[in-house]
Design a protein around this ligand. Sequence first.
Ligand code: 5GP
Length: 174
Amino acid sequence: MGQPQLRVLISEQQIQQRIQELGKQIAADYPEGPIYLVGILKGACIFLSDLARAIPKPVRLDFMGISSYGKGKSSSGEVKVTKDLDLSLEGMDILIVEDIVDTGVTLTYLTHLLDQRKPRSIKIAAMLDKPSRRLRPVEARYVGFSIPDEFVVGYGLDYAEDYRNLRDICILEG
Ligand code: 5GP
């Protein structure tokens, strides 16, 4: 087996343009602020940073650590909270910000967990969606791009902790 190859699937320019659209749409959908953006570590941190600045109204940020994947490319099916939120969600409008919805196992678990904290609303913003892989029904209200069943890295997404700082979203081949 040779060195892994990277092929650009979604360019930096496409990503940034789409995030501006999402930011405006989110701001229009939430007439009363603030919006609580809950970023799922680590993959969503770069998307969350860009999305927060594309929303032209007050937002607050918090982070949750969840591990569902090991070091490889396949899901273990297990979800574990590795870092909990600092803020109370009671009565707030929550937007869970995730890198990618794949099987939907992580977001199903997380939505259920956060719902028990009595927010006013919970919606999901995902940079990427792989609808063909879904095992649990998850509705992401805001989706950057729907992609085919390929393993992608970059823009926050890793393979064994590498590639998160790529500006494009790339398919990892090989
Ligand atoms: P789910 O629970 O929806 O199957 O998994 C969601 C998580 O799996 C994502 O937050 C991400 O960490 C990981 N994941 C799913 N597909 C990919 C992919 O193509 N590339 C990378 N790097 N991670 C992925």
